[in-house]
Design a protein around this ligand. Structure first.
Ligand SMILES: Nc1nc2c(ncn2[C@@H]2O[C@H](COP(=O)(O)OP(=O)(O)OP(=O)(O)O)[C@@H](O)[C@H]2O)c(=O)[nH]1
Ligand SMILES: [Mg+2]
Length: 321
C-alpha cells in the first residue's frame, strides 16, 4: 500500500491530472490512506497562492472564476480550482451550468477544476477542502482558487485557507449583503461588485466603501472595491492585478503572521480531529457506553447529558506525554 501511495504522491507532484483527481477522492473518503498521502505531499506544499472567492449565491462567482482562469493562463500561470457548496442539494455540488462553462479547460493540463462532493464527507467539507487545496499546492499550481457561498460558519472555515479573500456581490442583493457582512467582511481582502452592467452597481460600491470606512482605518491593507462584468470579462484584468498586489503585500512581511496563523489553524484543526477520534475510541470501550446508548434509545437520557457523563469520567494517562 505504501508503495502505491508513494507512486500516487509522485504523480501528483508531477502535476498529473488523473492522479490529482484520485488523490482528492481519496482525501474525501478521509481514511488512513488519506492521512498518509497528506504526509507525503505536505513537504511539497506552501508555494501556491490561495485565493478564496465567496459571496451570495448567484452573484457570479463561477462566471468570474472562469474569466480569472483565462486571465491567469494568459499570464502563464497554472491554476487549480476547488468549488464547494455546502448547501447544494445536488450530488457533487456542481451545477450543470458550471460544468459546461468549465469544460473548455478540460484539455488544458495546467488547469485542474474540482467540485467537492458536498454531502456525507467524513470529517467535514472544510477539512476536505483544505486538503484538496494541499494536493493542488503539491501539484505545483501557481494559484489555487476556492469557491464557496459565503453564508455560514462552515463557509468561513473553508475560506480561512485562503491568502487572499475576494468577496463578490451583485447589485440589488442588499439583504444578502447584510447577512454575509457579519462573518465575511472582516476577512475580505478585495471586494467585487459583479454584474456592473446592471442598475445600482455604483450604489453597491458606495455602500461597501461606507461600511469599510468604519473598520479598516488603521489597517495596512485597504481592501479595494472593484466593479466587474463577469459575462464580458470587463474588470477581470484589474481584479487579477489586485490579487497579485495583495500577494506582494503579504510577501513584504504582513503575510508572515497570516501564514503563521494559517499553519496554527491547520494544527488546531488536526488536533481536533485526532482528539475526537481518540476520545471516542476510548469511550466506546467503556461498558457504560452501550448502557447509555440503550438509555438514549429508551428516552431515559438525552445524548448531551450522556456525553457529559461519559466525558467527565475520562482519565488521561500522563505517561503518554
Ligand atoms: N448581467 C450579468 N449577469 C451575470 C454576470 N456574471 C454572471 N451573471 C449571471 O448570473 C448568474 C449566476 O452566475 P454564477 O456564476 O453561476 O453565480 P455564482 O455566484 O457562482 O452562483 P452559486 O455558485 O450558485 O452561488 C448566471 O446566470 C450568470 O450568467 C454579469 O456580470 N452580469
Ligand atoms: Mg458558483
Amino acid at each position: 500500500m505504501m508503495q502505491e501511495l508513494q507512486q500516487l504522491a509522485n504523480n501528483v507532484i508531477n502535476g498529473d491530472k488523473r492522479s490529482i483527481a484520485r488523490a482528492i477522492t481519496l482525501i474525501e473518503n478521509n481514511g488512513e490512506k488519506a492521512q498518509r498521502l497528506i504526509a507525503l505531499l505536505y513537504p511539497h506544499t506552501g508555494k501556491t497562492h490561495i485565493v478564496g472567492i465567496t459571496g451570495p449565491g448567484g452573484s457570479g462567482k463561477s462566471t468570474l472564476i472562469e474569466k480569472i482562469i483565462s486571465e491567469l493562463r494568459r499570464r502563464g500561470k497554472t491554476v487549480g480550482v476547488v468549488a464547494t457548496d455546502p448547501s447544494s442539494p445536488f450530488t457533487g455540488g456542481a451545477f450543470l451550468g458550471d460544468r459546461i462553462r468549465m469544460q473548455k479547460f478540460t484539455t488544458d493540463d495546467d488547469v485542474f477544476i474540482r467540485s467537492m462532493a458536498t454531502r456525507n464527507v467524513p470529517g467535514g467539507i472544510a477539512k476536505a477542502t483544505r486538503e484538496a487545496v494541499m494536493v493542488l499546492d503539491a501539484a505545483g499550481k501557481d494559484v489555487v482558487i476556492v469557491e464557496t457561498v459565503g453564508a455560514g460558519q462552515a463557509e468561513v472555515d473553508i475560506i480561512k485557507v485562503a491568502h487572499t479573500v475576494v468577496v463578490v456581490f451583485a447589485p440589488g442583493l442588499g439583504d444578502e449583503i447584510q447577512a454575509i457582512k457579519a462573518g465575511i467582511m472582516e476577512i475580505a481582502d478585495i471586494f467585487v461588485v459583479n454584474k456592473a452592467d446592471l442598475e445600482n452597481a455604483n450604489k453597491a460600491v458606495t455602500d461597501i466603501k461606507a461600511s469599510l470606512e468604519l473598520n479598516t482605518k488603521e489597517k495596512a491593507w485597504k481592501p479595494p472595491v472593484l466593479q466587474t462584468i463577469a459575462l464580458t470579462g470587463e474588470g477581470i484584468e484589474q481584479l487579477v492585478n489586485e490579487i497579485f498586489q495583495h500577494k506582494t503585500f503579504l510577501e513584504k512581511g504582513a503575510g508572515i503572521s497570516k501564514r503563521r496563523k494559517k499553519v496554527e489553524t491547520e494544527l488546531v484543526e488536526a488536533i481536533k480531529d485526532k482528539v475526537a477520534d481518540l476520545i471516542i475510541e476510548k469511550l466506546r470501550k467503556k461498558k457504560g457506553f452501550n448502557e447509555l446508548v440503550e438509555k438514549i434509545l429508551n428516552r431515559k437520557i438525552d445524548p448531551y447529558s450522556a456525553a457529559t457523563k461519559l466525558v467527565s469520567e475520562l482519565t488521561f494517562n500522563q505517561k503518554e506525554d
